[in-house]
Design a protein around this ligand. Structure first.
Ligand SMILES: Nc1ncnc2c1ncn2[C@@H]1O[C@H](COP(=O)(O)OP(=O)(O)OP(=O)(O)O)[C@@H](O)[C@H]1O
Ligand SMILES: [Mg+2]
Length: 176
């Protein structure tokens, strides 16, 4: 199976790097779009301001991509799917907050996402299973560098990106 998940906290750059990978000729499934197009978007959870998604149904719907060629999928649920590799994009709290502020996110939503990034929430979820996990800190990189790092990982040259390269714990006090 050569489905590779690109996941990470909102704003870490998944969709941006996905466009770069597409321009390099790779197939990349936009999971959010896939969920909408396949009628998998559940009810709005107003408290959490997100739609519920049936992860089993989503996983089943991705079966078609488990063919021979390499396919990426990008989205903050991608690490819950059956895949061969999980790549977690990371971003420093300050830069992440700035990116989300530029999107017009509320201060509450910015704080929630930044806290989640500091606590390595997605990385921990990803490393919970048996699938190989890598992380890329996109903070000081441009999009081409991030795509280069992803290419290295899928070529089996991802030693520089094993979990543990990021540590936002010094930012704790500012955000909690
Ligand atoms: N090295 C980088 N890689 C990717 N994005 C970057 C990088 N440096 C800066 N950015 C910027 O960070 C922002 C990332 O937004 P993007 O929509 O790609 O995030 P996302 O992870 O897809 O978020 P969401 O989960 O909400 O879909 C963009 O404005 C992008 O230009
Ligand atoms: Mg996105």
């Amino acid at each position: 199976m050569t489905l590779v998940a690109i996941t990470g906290t909102p704003g870490t750059g998944k969709s941006t790097v996905a466009d770069e990978l597409r321009s390099r000729g790779y197939a990349v499934v936009d999971l959010k779009r896939h969920i909408i197009e396949n009628g998998l978007m559940g009810d709005l959870d107003e408290e959490r301001d997100t739609h519920e998604v049936d992860l089993d149904a989503l996983n089943d719907s991705l079966e078609v991509y488990h063919g021979e060629g390499l396919t990426f999928m990008e989205g903050h649920l991608s690490h819950y799917m059956d895949c061969s590799t999980i790549i977690v994009l990371r971003c420093s709290p300050q830069v992440l907050a700035r990116r989300l502020r530029e999107r017009g996110y509320s201060e509450r939503k910015i704080r929630e996402n930044v806290q989640s990034e500091i606590l390595d929430v997605i990385l921990c979820e990803a490393t919970d299973g048996e699938i190989p996990v890598f992380e890329i800190d996109s903070t000081g990189l441009d999009v081409a560098d991030t795509a280069d790092a992803i290419e290295k990982i899928v070529k089996g040259e991802g030693d520089d990106y094993l979990p543990g390269v990021t540590d936002w714990s010094r930012e704790m006090e500012a955000w909690f």
